[in-house]
Design a protein around this ligand. Structure first.
Ligand SMILES: *[C@@H]1O[C@H](CO)[C@@H](O)[C@H](O)[C@H]1NC(C)=O
Ligand SMILES: *[C@@H]1O[C@H](CO)[C@@H](O)[C@H](O)[C@H]1NC(C)=O
Ligand SMILES: *[C@@H]1O[C@H](CO)[C@@H](O)[C@H](O)[C@H]1NC(C)=O
Ligand SMILES: *[C@@H]1O[C@H](CO)[C@@H](O)[C@H](O)[C@H]1NC(C)=O
Length: 281
């Protein structure tokens, strides 16, 4: 019985270094080399490290053999390794990512007699960045302090789709009633999708406004580090009290209101007068 347990113990021992982490960006920025990092540990009775190999899909692209103080780059797959840094604990390579998605595998093997190996894989996809800055639509020329405005921010097609955040006077607007979530369009043939997010805003809710509020929309593509593009506009707020106050004041006596129009609000005031007239009839 004891012998079987002992045998089981030795079989369970891999006699191999174990990969503890494999780290690569899920989405790589096409403008820079991406770092892939593999870390491994050795148990006290494991034999020394024999080699560390990197594969792109099933092709070996890099090999580190510490006994020979050697690193080799295999260049026939078209993948370009710009730099590397390997030790008995970890091995990093810097690669120029290629279009689409690739699977990268780190494989560590320990010295004989078993040359036992341990491997782990991860996927990395080349990001496609938005070509244009985000676009803000639906901005009114002027709003009354208690009037709700709805503005919309659309980010260009990208992979992965951008996440959109709204800021009013630099403060993030996370309230789900004020700002909807980011909506993502259906992906096109290349997997790219556009995204948009709306913001509901009432100037009276912001102590900061002095005739206008600055609205900023930020689109973030989750590469590592993330890529951000933003667009800012001003929402102008009228100083005059809003129509609802007039309505309240004039409830007792229609026709006593003296109205001064300006060019911007003239259409609005015409409608307002019409509505008063209707009520007085
Ligand atoms: C890749 O191989 C080609 C020849 O096949 C050589 O000209 C080029 O310099 C190599 N690139 C690297 C990064 O080793
Ligand atoms: C390659 O990496 C080493 C150490 O990580 C660093 O000192 C060196 O500057 C890097 N070379 C390039 C060309 O990035
Ligand atoms: C990588 O992607 C392939 C195909 O899309 C999938 O089958 C596999 O599970 C992914 N691997 C990892 C480690 O995410
Ligand atoms: C925002 O714009 C997108 C198109 O860019 C449109 O599909 C969406 O319906 C708009 N949302 C709102 C609330 O206007």
């Amino acid at each position: 019985m004891f012998l079987i347990l002992l045998l089981g113990y030795f079989i369970a021992q891999s006699f191999s270094h174990t990969i503890t982490s494999l780290d690569a960006p899920l989405f790589a920025d096409p403008r820079r080399a991406a770092e892939l990092r593999c870390q491994y540990t050795k148990l006290p009775h494991d034999p020394p490290l024999h080699s560390v190999k990197w594969y792109r899909d099933n092709h070996e692209i890099f090999r580190y053999t510490p006994q020979e103080f050697e690193t080799r780059v295999f260049n026939d797959t078209g993948i370009i390794i710009v730099n590397s840094s390997c030790s008995l604990q970890s091995c990093s390579i810097l690669v120029r990512p290629e279009r689409g998605a690739s699977r990268y595998t780190c494989e560590v093997s320990s010295e004989g007699p078993r040359f036992a190996v341990h491997r782990q894989s991860t996927n990395m996809t080349l990001a496609v960045l938005p070509e244009y800055d985000p676009l803000i639509t639906g901005l009114p020329t002027l709003v009354y302090p208690d009037e709700e405005a709805v503005v919309n921010c659309t980010s260009d097609h990208s992979l992965p789709p951008a996440e959109i955040h709204w800021f009013v006077d630099e403060k993030p607007q996370e309230d789900p009633l004020l700002s909807s979530g980011t909506y993502v369009s259906r992906a096109d043939g290349d997997g790219l999708a556009a995204s948009w997010r709306a913001l509901h805003i009432v100037a009276d809710d912001f102590a900061t406004h002095r005739g206008y509020l600055s609205l900023k929309c930020r689109a973030t593509v989750r590469t590592r580090p993330p890529i951000e593009r933003s667009m800012a506009v001003r929402l102008y707020v009228a100083r005059r009290p809003h129509i609802s106050k007039f309505t309240a004041n004039t409830a007792s006596g229609c026709g006593q209101v003296i109205v001064q129009c300006n060019a911007v609000a003239s259409v609005f005031w015409t409608l307002f007068l019409l509505s008063i007239r209707t009520k007085c009839l």
